[in-house]
Design a protein around this ligand. Structure first.
Ligand code: ASP
Length: 375
């Protein structure tokens, strides 16, 4: 993985490259001027972390395929497949942290800008690469979203192998530990249950058993090729320990992913409920359509999420959201941004991944707020 850049370096480099230009002129300019673009793939940070035993990360694989002329969406999906299959990322695909009953249920969506087609699956069990099933929904049906048993039946019918259980030893052990520590009377009033569940989850994170970025955790990956063709994909095992049947933002068009081939793409990781409420990815793409830079478009969505967060249980000691949401954004010209509610959490800079002709990099994202307050 490339060494991380400081926020200052990133801002400097980005400004020098004309990326994230946020001056008044840039904000006024139409998001898209011509069809040609600077090819780029942008994703959540895990897109430049996991290799599933191979040589390349997701953004590298996707970028290399894209510049060789492969269809942009095919290239992105080949990239996220690396993360879906890697058991070390327990937030995506095989080995993703399971739901409250110990079952791995996966969500994924994809959108093809030039073809103006989309597909998604939710609560899919037994298939390691839900992004490929989402693509099959897009290519082989007239529908946009299949869920649960129907999604699995469809996957089987079109030739996917269905496995009994997508847990790895790690994800099962983490679930058992969560279960063991949780107040055994599971049907407490919802407020108490959610407080307890959060307390236990924080405990597991503090002990280093669970990577904090994997409680929520997902990969969103968006790309644009030299012809200005934009596509995107989001895939996840969703919120750890979720109520069975819970669907997050990832498979919902406009929430966890939105692509408009004439404008750009945006996708998210983090608290899905927050993005579902505000249809954040759609908002970001619409902001870019109206001329905002990727960074400004994303910051605006973060402000909306913050403003919509008024319930006490969702606020930290400073009265700010006690969860994160992050957006990965590219416009049709190849300008990109990674933005998040917080620039730093637990003393760590928050990051995203990008691949250009310079190769894969992990960059610090721009936070709406600075350091996330401890509880
Ligand atoms: N957004 C995903 C969900 O809510 C999880 C995540 O990205 O962390 O299901």
């Amino acid at each position: 993985m490339s060494p991380r850049m400081s926020r200052r370096d990133f801002v400097k480099t980005s400004a020098a490259a004309g990326v994230l230009a946020a001056g008044p002129a840039a904000a006024q300019a139409p998001a898209v001027a011509s069809r040609s673009a600077r090819p780029v793939v942008v994703s959540s940070a895990n897109g430049n972390q996991y290799k599933n035993g191979g040589a390349k990360t997701c953004v590298q694989e996707a970028f290399d395929r894209m510049v060789k002329g492969e269809d942009v969406l095919d290239a992105l999906i080949a990239g996220v497949n690396i993360v879906e299959l890697d058991p070390l990322d327990d937030s995506v695909g095989y080995g993703g942290l399971p739901n409250g009953e110990g079952v791995v249920q996966l969500d994924a969506s994809c959108m093809h800008g030039p073809r103006k087609r989309a597909g998604a699956v939710a609560c899919l069990e037994g298939v390691r690469m839900p992004s490929k099933v989402a693509q099959a929904v897009m290519d082989q049906t007239d529908h946009h979203l299949l869920v649960g048993q129907g999604a699995q039946d469809f996957a089987r019918q079109v030739g996917f192998a269905i496995e009994d259980d997508l847990n790895t030893e790690n994800s099962r052990q983490q679930w058992l530990e969560w279960k063991r520590r949780l107040d055994p009377s599971r049907w407490l009033d919802p407020q108490k249950r959610s407080e307890e569940s959060w307390r236990v989850t924080r405990e597991l994170m503090a002990e280093g058993r669970i990577d904090p970025s994997h409680v929520y955790g997902t990969i969103n990956c968006n790309g644009v090729n030299a012809k200005g063709e934009v596509c995107g994909v989001t895939t996840t095992s969703g919120l750890a320990w979720k109520i069975p049947g819970r669907v997050g933002d990832s498979p919902i068009l406009g929430a966890g992913l939105y692509v408009d081939g004439d404008v750009g793409a945006a996708g998210s990781t983090g608290r899905g409920e927050a993005n579902l409420y505000g249809l954040s990815s759609y908002l970001i793409v619409e902001n870019m359509r109206r001329g905002m830079s990727p960074k400004d478009a994303g910051m605006d969505a973060l402000k909306r999420v913050k403003a919509a967060t008024i319930e006490k249980r969702l606020l930290n000691s400073k009265g700010e959201p006690r969860f994160y949401v992050k957006f990965y954004i590219v416009n049709r010209k190849g300008e990109y941004a990674g933005v998040g509610m917080y620039a730093r959490q637990d003393g760590k800079d928050q990051t995203f991944a990008v691949c250009t002709e310079k190769g894969p990099e992990t960059l610090n994202l721009e936070g709406l707020l600075g350091e996330a307050a401890s509880e």
